[in-house]
Each structure stands twice: as structure tokens, then as C-alpha cells.
Design a protein around this ligand. Structure first.
Ligand code: SF4
Length: 86
């Protein structure tokens, strides 16, 4: 089973209801942190964790997921459908 961590997002007006980080895919490229440093941190295994799922707007969150070279950040809409990566 994939080593995934789920982070619910409850930001008002956001289309995105959940962020999932696949820890096996995270290679510590930190491009996600460069795009949205208010949201992410590296943990003691040098994998990204979401520290505040509501910290940035949808556009910035999507950009941060798109910036990940291994597509380790997966986004779901509020109905539970995967919206990134397609
Ligand atoms: S950009 Fe992707 S690989 Fe790099 S730290 Fe973020 S989640 Fe991990």
C-alpha cells in the first residue's frame, strides 16, 4: 500500500477538500515549499508534510502540486474526486 498521508482542507470557498501526500514519491525536491511555504514543511525523514492545509488559495495550492517533479501531492475536490494529477 502506498505510504500516503491525508490532510483535510476546510478553507471557505475552496474547491479543494483534501490534500494527499505520497511519501514514497517525495524526493525532497522542495519545489512545493518554494511555491507555498506557508503550507508545507519537511519532517525528520525529509519528507513533506502539510502544516496548514488552509494557508494558501486554490491557485497557489494547485501550482505547488504541479511544481512537484514526482507528482507526490494529490488534490481532491470537496466531493472526493481527484483533480490533480489527472
Ligand atoms: S515538490 Fe514533491 S518531491 Fe519535492 S518536497 Fe514537495 S512533495 Fe516532495
Amino acid at each position: 500500500m502506498a505510504n500516503e498521508r491525508e490532510y483535510p482542507r476546510t478553507k471557505e470557498g475552496s474547491k479543494i477538500g483534501k490534500i494527499v501526500v505520497d511519501r514514497d514519491l517525495c524526493i525532497t525536491a522542495v519545489s512545493c515549499i518554494a511555491v507555498a511555504d506557508a503550507m508545507y514543511q519537511l519532517d525528520n525523514e525529509a519528507k513533506v508534510v502539510v502544516t496548514d492545509a488552509n494557508a494558501v488559495d486554490d491557485e497557489t495550492l494547485i501550482m505547488s502540486a504541479e511544481s512537484c517533479p514526482t507528482k507526490a501531492i494529490h488534490l481532491y475536490d470537496t466531493a472526493g474526486n481527484k483533480i490533480f494529477p489527472k
